[in-house]
Design a protein around this ligand. Structure first.
Ligand code: SF4
Ligand code: SF4
Length: 221
């Protein structure tokens, strides 16, 4: 899922000052699960912004709404009336959600979150990055553990000389990805994969050339 974090209230006040009618728009999917932009966070942020508005004489009028997904037209339409009756939208969706709303309405749409990464909930209240969306997945070579994302040096042929059995030399708070890869390949009987030296990665499918587009001709009508 997409993992994001809330911007601080002083940051939001700075973004919104000079505005009056504000729609605080949550998203019910990834950012709800990572406790950043769901209905609960809309309510918390709305209360905090109302207090800040009173303290600073800012005159904010805040409407609250959460839709199921901000990155999908079918759900965005459900916010149409609320968007129209406000001056500005403060989106608590990820960066894709903010842009999806902005593309459809002639209103300012501001990001209320910092979108961080694609990851998972690893343990209670802890999310970790698992994928940088490189565009050409090589997980099959590494037992399902991504060296590009999880090795601090992004090594396709690891480990580096600083690795210990437990920790990464760059990130002492994280396990060495290559130790994980080794143990995983051993446990599934695929250690032979490490006998060959992997070629440098082809990055042409990555973000280097600008934003990427996928067209499925078989689904076009
Ligand atoms: S190889 Fe690329 S697509 Fe696959 S998990 Fe790693 S970054 Fe993501
Ligand atoms: S210690 Fe392991 S995870 Fe850290 S940079 Fe070296 S190989 Fe990568």
């Amino acid at each position: 899922m997409i993992v994001a974090q809330r911007k601080s209230i002083p940051e939001l006040v700075d973004i919104l000052k000079g505005r009056k009618k504000i729609l605080l728009l949550g998203c019910g999917t990834c950012v709800t699960v990572c406790l950043a932009g769901g209905e609960r966070e809309v309510s918390i942020n709305a209360s905090a912004l109302r207090i800040a508005s009173r303290l600073k004489n800012l005159d904010f009028e805040i409407e609250e709404l959460t839709i199921e997904r901000q990155c999908d037209n079918i759900f965005i339409e459900k916010a149409a009336d609320a968007i129209k009756r406000n001056d500005v939208v403060l989106s608590l969706g990820c960066g894709a959600g903010v842009q999806a709303i902005a593309e459809r309405y002639d209103k300012p749409v501001y990001a209320g979150l910092d979108t961080e990464f694609i990851g998972i909930l690893e343990e209670r209240a802890t999310w970790t990055e698992k994928c940088i969306a490189c565009g050409k997945c090589v997980l099959h070579e590494y037992g399902g553990i991504c060296p590009i994302t999880r090795c601090a040096k992004h090594m396709l042929n690891g480990p580096c000389s600083g690795s210990t059995e437990e920790r990464c030399e760059v990130r002492a708070d994280r396990p060495c990805a290559w130790q994980l890869i080794y143990r995983r390949l051993k446990s599934i009987g695929e250690l032979d994969r490490l006998k060959s030296v992997k070629s440098p990665k082809d990055w042409s499918a990555g973000i280097g050339g600008g934003s990427r587009v996928i067209i499925r001709e078989d689904h076009r009508v």
